[in-house]
Write a protein that binds this ligand. Structure first.
Ligand SMILES: [Zn+2]
Length: 214
């Protein structure tokens, strides 16, 4: 385990923070718990008690789901090229492995939930874009980045952040399984990814492949 010093924004005290560069949640399930409840990247200042969000690069691995997500806050454009520069012999490439790059703890959490829920993140990015198109007339201010996948027990849906319905509750959108399956069938070939390579599947990634706007 590594330690890093960060400066408390409250009092300026130098806090020693534990850094976990590689997290295997099959062998250490508590790390998944800590990502889910947001505590992995939260440090409390021993001097003044203030809590600070300190995100750093983490390789998240869940071998049981063949899922690897590299969380790299503020990474530069060359990261994917670097990660994908290693050419592996074809026989060693696991075609079922999912390799992703994300920018933040929030995005990492969403990926974890998506694959826990048995969904495909590429199809869900497309689904989000369709939601925005469908509600554009009624809710022109809702953007795709406001829509996040959520999994609660075995039920999954989208949460629209910062928007409330008429009853003053957090706005959610149910996932229509028929539509999801249809999108998967119709568009997954256009959204295919090379085996054994990392991809940053987000809105920009989708926009490079499919033009959703009419
Ligand atoms: Zn402090």
């Amino acid at each position: 385990m590594e330690m890093e010093k960060i400066k408390c924004p409250g009092c300026g005290h130098e806090i020693n923070m534990e850094i976990h560069e590689f997290v295997d949640v099959e062998t250490d399930p508590e790390y998944k718990e800590r990502i889910m409840n947001g505590s992995l990247f939260l440090v409390r200042c021993p001097e003044c008690g203030e809590e600070t969000l300190a995100e750093y690069p983490v390789m998240y691995m869940d071998p049981s789901k063949k899922l690897t997500v590299y969380m790299a806050p503020g990474h530069d454009d060359s990261l994917l090229t670097q990660l994908n520069s290693l050419e592996m012999p074809e026989a060693e490439v696991d075609t079922e492995a999912v390799l992703r790059v994300v920018e933040s703890g929030e995005e990492l959490l969403e990926k974890i939930l998506i694959f826990d829920g048995g969904r495909d993140d590429r199809v869900l990015e497309l689904y989000k874009a369709i939601i925005v198109e469908n509600i554009r007339d009624e809710w022109p201010q809702i953007r795709r980045e406001d829509i996040l996948y959520f999994l609660d027990e075995d039920e999954d849906y989208f949460i629209i952040w910062n928007f409330e319905n008429l009853a003053g509750e957090q706005m959610t959108v149910n996932i229509d399984d028929e539509l999801y399956d249809q999108l998967k069938e119709d568009y997954l070939p256009a959204l295919s990814l090379p085996a054994g390579k990392y991809a940053e599947v987000n809105q920009a990634w989708l926009d490079e492949r499919i033009n959703v706007e009419p």
